[in-house]
Unconditional design. Structure first.
Length: 215
């Protein structure tokens, strides 16, 4: 089922406009400058609630991506679709510096070559770090801001689809990443909220008096 669904999304349900959209959505490097700018603006001009949300995002991202997801990638060692099979469509933005300049250009679409049995390849497919990171972000946003969280979940769904469409992941990679992201976000926000309630009054008494909870 995993291979059938990957094959249908990657090779059957395709169109030139989808190639462009999915390549744009899935490329984190192209979005990084905008995300960093939004983060800095939120930290500088945001209120307590927004800053608390961003702090939860940063901490959750660091633990989930740096420890959990990367640890599983190295432990499992699953090959990506384009590494494991011949004829997988690999849809990517053209190289540019900065990368976001390539978002207006047609993406490169290549077909994967047959795997070389005598050439070992490191697999980093399971779980999908993109899926984990976007889902933890959407979940944290939802826990602080319900309406914006719904929009974030819609964006997350597009990222999930793009990882399969562009030939980078199997559907189960995406499912596992999304599950990890959701559980990590819920757990970390709950723990950080308890930590604030316990130690916030000792470290920042005036702020904790005004804001007894993070959200």
């Amino acid at each position: 089922m995993d291979q059938l669904l990957q094959h249908w999304i990657n090779k059957e349900a395709t169109a030139p406009w989808l190639d462009q959209l999915m390549a744009d959505i899935t490329n984190f490097s192209a979005w990084k400058p905008f995300l960093l700018a939004a983060l800095l603006l939120g930290i500088i001009f945001g209120n307590f609630r927004l800053r608390a949300m961003l702090l939860c995002l940063i901490i959750t991202f660091g633990i989930t991506d740096g420890l959990v997801v990367n640890g599983l990638k190295h432990a499992v060692g699953r090959l990506r679709p384009f590494q494991a099979q011949e004829g997988v469509r690999l849809v990517q933005l053209k190289q540019a510096s900065p990368q976001f300049l390539s978002m207006a250009s047609l993406p490169d679409v290549k077909m994967s070559k047959p795997p070389r049995p005598n050439k070992p390849v490191q697999g980093r497919s399971f779980p999908s770090s993109h899926s984990a990171n976007i889902m933890l972000s959407a979940t944290v946003i939802f826990l602080f801001y319900r309406r914006w969280g719904i929009l974030a979940f819609l964006i997350a769904a597009m990222v999930f689809y793009s990882r399969i469409y562009t030939g980078m992941h199997w559907p189960t990679d995406v499912l596992a990443g999304a599950t990890i992201g959701t559980l990590s976000a819920i757990t970390m926000v709950a723990l950080l909220n308890k930590a604030w309630q316990r130690w916030g009054k000792k470290i920042f008494p005036a702020t904790a008096e005004r804001y007894p909870v993070l959200r």
